[in-house]
Each structure stands twice: as structure tokens, then as C-alpha cells.
Design a protein around this ligand. Sequence first.
Ligand SMILES: C[S@@+](CC[C@H](N)C(=O)[O-])C[C@H]1O[C@@H](n2cnc3c(N)ncnc32)[C@H](O)[C@@H]1O
Length: 291
Amino acid sequence: MIDEQTTPKETTPNGETVAASVHRFVHPSLPIDSIVCGDNCDVLGTFPRECIDLVVTSPPYDDLRTYGGHEWDFYGVAWQLCRVLKPGGVIVWVVGDQSKDGSETGTSMMQALHFKTLGLRLHDTMIYATNKPPMNDRRYQQCWEYQYVLSKGPPKTAELLTERCAYAGSPTAARYRQADGDLRDRHGPGVIGETKPRENIWWFPSGNGKQEAVKHPAPFPLRLASDHVATWTVEGDTVLDPFNGSGTTTKAAHELGRRYIGIDVNHEYCEEARKRLEQQLLPFDAVPVSG
Ligand SMILES: C[S@@+](CC[C@H](N)C(=O)[O-])C[C@H]1O[C@@H](n2cnc3c(N)ncnc32)[C@H](O)[C@@H]1O
């Protein structure tokens, strides 16, 4: 699906070849900066190819919640998302599995691998850790979901968020182990730096009702969406959520100066998403919550 021949290229500072920024142009037929109510496959079918920089989304997981009884077509949505994603664009697919007849379904992994068969890279398997209601079904307490980060070629933007190194200023280990097991002397500054890229397990308190009074049964945290938008896009890029629900992704994109498109089949959720776009940031949204 990726047209390697016709896509303009530029070289990143680390030498990777990525799509050129000429792709930041917004196609006139795109419902830009709006919430569209309808089936995501139908709506995406009206979009031109390669028009979206980032997708941050969370589809219904197995049959855990019905959201008004609407159906969705994983294979159709996956194909459309790959079609509308720009070269160097990223999809963040937030999912978990249901347990059925004593076994987790594995649907999440199957979906991630299907995106690979469509030509995307599985750039990173991240974890969204959170507090979940207690369960007593002979398993350890469930406390996380996947955040599959998929990309069409190398991501064209990767402004990795950083955190302070616990041992900043301490000497680094004098030697390191090579692939064959031998130890070799380390060259370089010899001191651990102030900051490092954040780890790929992100902890946020459960989104439902804690940060904002949102009328949706399963919103993800605003901070989860904002952090991905800040990482994988620059100002003016276009961010899509095809399962927009209460509009967490579209709100995050709007707050950070990105263009946005939200699609949801449920009218009430679309209204909620539109209202959230008009609201000012609440103080809770500004508080860092990473663990
Ligand atoms: C897990 S929720 C997404 C919640 C969202 N991330 C938020 O923060 O509010 C999944 C959403 O998918 C929507 N949905 C289900 N089938 C759909 C379809 N065929 N087309 C568009 N949206 C659909 C549901 O209405 C629901 O709001």
C-alpha cells in the first residue's frame, strides 16, 4: 500500500529517509477541524489517500461494551487507515482483550499483526497502565492495555518526551558487554546525563470521570492523547480519531495547535466531543500524572 516510488523524501538528522514535509498540505475535501457522525469505514472512504499525520484511537474491545449497539469492521477500518495515513504518519491503537471461556482472546495482538500485513511497521508496543476495578478470577489484577504504535515507514516526527535520569551526574559503567559476551571499555563522557527518553510504559489514572466529567463509558485520559500528539506531530499537522467517543483525541489535538477530525457513529458522543472542544482546559488537565 505504500507508494515508495512517488513519495517525496527528506533525510532526518540520524540519516533515515522519510516523506518530505510537503505532505503537510490539507486536502480541500477533508472535513478538517470537525466531528463527523457516521460509520467510520463509510466516512474514511470519502477521504483522499495520504492526508492524515497521526491517528490516536481506541476501538471497542471485543464485546466488552456495546456503545449503543453499533457494529464496526476491523479489516475495513484498518485498510482505510493505512490508505489515508501519510508516509511517515503514525497510528496509536489503544486496545485490550476480553477473557472468554478462561482465555484472553488475543484480538489486540492479531490486530497489530494485521496492520503489519498491510505494510505498516510495528514501531513500538507501549503499555497504558492504569487503575482497574478489582477482579477475582484466578488471575493477577489486570492493570494495563496495549498502545500499539504503528508507522508508515519511519515516523516523520518523533519528539520523544523525556524524564529525569534517577542517577543523573553519576559515573556510567566503565565497561559494557558485547554480543559475544566479552566486556569492552566504554568511551565517551562517562557521566549519566540529566534526562533520557521516557520509558514506554505510561501510567495514568483511569480516564472515566476523574479528569473531566465526560459522558462516555470509556474515555481514555486526555494526557495519553496529548502526549502522543506532542510526540508524533508538529503544529498544523492533522490528527484523526475514527472512534472519537467523547473527543479526547480531538480535544488534545486542538489544544496543541493541530488540525483534527473525529468520527463516531453515536450522535450523543459526537455532541459531547463538540462541547469539549469549546471548553477551556480544566486545571487537572495541566497536572503531570506520569509515574
Ligand atoms: C472505546 S470508545 C472510544 C473512546 C474515546 N477514546 C474517548 O476518549 O472518549 C469506542 C467508540 O467507538 C464508537 N464506534 C463503534 N462502532 C463505530 C463505527 N462503526 N464507526 C464509528 N464509531 C464507532 C463508539 O460509539 C465508541 O464511542
